[in-house]
Design a protein around this ligand. Structure first.
Ligand code: HEC
Length: 127
């Protein structure tokens, strides 16, 4: 009996989506979800047309709501990342980037993210 319930717990853990529950690790989330295109520094990746998100004047001026909207809806050549991160994770990334750029807005609460999400039909699941 005991070993069966242990197995069930293991099975449940294995079913959690990648990236679940990592709102306390915003730098790691950024590395996984954003850095491939945006890089980790204040200059764009070599040869990349995509903007750096550190030392970014738009993020500095517009703050966490701006970052969350871009992440959830995509923009230009950036696809929407709404299906890849939870509300808490989007808030964590947005607050992390806003703070790193010196934006003074209060941090976004995870509860504020749901209202910013696109309709389910406009949120593609990427493979
Ligand atoms: C597949 C590549 C790709 C990924 C992954 C990606 N982005 Fe982007 N992002 C872009 C591109 C391209 C643009 C510029 C869009 C344009 O103007 O054409 C952009 C623009 C932005 C902007 C606007 C920057 C500005 O100067 O106004 C923000 C904010 C942003 N992305 C946030 C994020 C966050 C946060 C993540 C991770 C959760 C992320 N992006 C992941 C490609 C990507």
């Amino acid at each position: 009996m005991k070993s069966r319930s242990t197995l069930s717990v293991l099975a449940l853990v294995a079913l959690l989506p990648v990236g679940a529950g990592r709102a306390d690790e915003p730098a790691a989330l950024y590395a996984d979800l954003c850095a491939a295109c945006h890089g980790q520094g204040t200059a764009p990746l070599s040869g990349s047309p995509y903007p750096a998100l550190f030392g970014n004047p738009q993020v500095a001026a517009a703050g966490p709501v701006y970052v969350a909207l871009k992440a959830l809806h995509g923009t230009g050549n950036m696809y929407p990342l709404c299906a890849l991160a939870s509300d808490a994770e989007i808030a964590a990334i947005a607050n992390h980037l806003a703070a790193a750029n010196g934006n003074q807005s209060p941090p976004l609460a995870p509860e504020a993210i749901a209202a910013l999400r696109p309709a389910a039909g406009d949120c593609p699941i990427l493979h």
